[in-house]
Design a protein around this ligand. Sequence first.
Ligand code: URA
Length: 471
Amino acid sequence: MHLIAIDDDFDAWRAAALDALAQGLAPESVDWRTSQVEPALFDEAAPSAKVAEAPQIRVSRELASLLKDAAHFRDARRWSFLYRVLWRWSRGDRAVASPADEDGARLYKMAKAVRRAQHDMIAYVRFRQRDASLGAPEYVAWYEPDHDVLAWGAEHFAARMGRSTWLIATPDGAAMFDGARLKLERRRALASEHAVDTPDAAEALWMTYYRSIFNPARLNESALEQHMPVRFWKGLPEGALIPKLVSDARGGARRVAQAKSVGALGGKAVQVEADEAQPERDAPTSLDTCRRCDLWRNATQAVRGAGPADARIMLLGEQPGDQEDLKGEPFVGPAGQLLDDAMRQAGVPREQVYLTNAVKHFKWEPRGKRRLHKTPAQQEVEACSYWLEQELHDIGARVIVTLGATALAALFGRRATLSAHVGRVVPYRDKLVVATYHPSYALRQNDEAARDRTVAAIVEALEKARELIGK
Ligand code: URA
C-alpha cells in the first residue's frame, strides 16, 4: 500500500494524483491521507518537482470541472475516489465521465451537491452590521456550509460588497475582507495542542466573530453549556472569552459584549486605509462601490438594471426586494412573478424590455427573522438618480413604464402623485412615460376583485407601452 499524504485541497491532490499516475499506482494500492496542518487557502501552491515531472493527462473540460467541484464535497474518502476516476480516464475508460456509470453517477452527485452548497451560501449568508465604533469588520456572518465552499463564497461576496469590510466565520475557517483584500484562514483542528497556547490569525478572527455575536441580553447559560460543554472551553479559542462574557451578561450589561471586548483586541482588527474607506459620495466610479447614500450598508449588493441595451421599453420599479438583493437581479421575487404574468398578458416579452429600479439598494428593517421592505426616502431616490440618469442615457428606450409612486417621483419629483397619473401617457424629455401601479401593491390587496383591477391596470399600461413603440 502506498501512503500519499497531501494537504486537503484540490491542487495538492491533483499534483500527487498526476505523480501517482506516472508511477502506475493502481487506485486500490494507494492510501490517501490528508495532513493535519492545513495551509491558508490562498497561499501560493509551491510547484513541486513531482508536478514538473508528472505527465499531463488530458481530461475533458466537463470532467475537469466535475473533479474540481467534487473536490469540495465533504467526505474523507473523496481523494481516493477522485483518483479512481482519473485512473480510469487515463486508461481510456471514458465511461467514467458519464452519469450512466456508477463512479460517474457518484461524481455528478458530489459535484451537484457542492454547486448547491455554493448557491445556498450566496442565498443564505446573512451579514450582521456591527457597531460602527468598533471599526472593521463592519459586517459579520456565521454560516455552516454543507460542503467546503467558503473560499468560493468569499470570492463571490468580495466581488459584490464593494469596499465594506466583513468577516464570514464557518466551523472550518473564516474569510475576512478588508475592503480590498480577501484573506482566508482554515480553523485549526480543535484537538490541536496549540489551539489555546499560541493564538494565531485564525483564532483572532474566530474570537472577533464570537464577540460580535455574543449578546448578553439573550444569554441562555444552560443552552450555551449544552452547545459547548464547559470541559471543552479550554480547548476552544473562544472558550477563553466565555466566562468573562457570561459574567458581563449576569452583571446586567445592557450593551452587547462586543462593544467592550473587541475594542480591547489590540492589533487584531483589519486596518482599512483611510483613502480606501473614504465614501464615494460625489463621483462613484462603480455602482458596487456607490456611497451616495447609506443604503449600501445594509444591502447585500447593488442591483443594477437588466435587459438589452437597445430595449425600447424601460420598466422602472422602486427598489430591489429581499430576493433581488440576494440574487443581484431586478424583479425576480414575488412582485417580479406578477409582473412577468402581466407582461405575458400584454404581449410584452421580458427579454425585450429593460427592467430597473429608482433605487439600487434594498432598504429594509428587521422583523424577527425577516427583512421587511422599507420605502426609500426621497433623498435616497435623488441620490440614486445618478445611476438612473446613466441608464436613461445608455438605454435608448422610447417609453418608460413607472411602477408605483416612488418610480414616478424619481422622474417627476415628489409632487407628482400616482392617483393623478395612473394610466396616463406623459412626455418626459425625449421619451413617453406611462404610469401605473407597482405589482407589490396588487400583492398586498386582500380583496380579490380589487387585486384583479390593479393587475388589469398594470397590463393595460404595458399594452399602451407596446402600442407606443409601434408593436
Ligand atoms: N420591487 C421593485 O420595485 N423592484 C424589484 O426589483 C423588486 C421588487
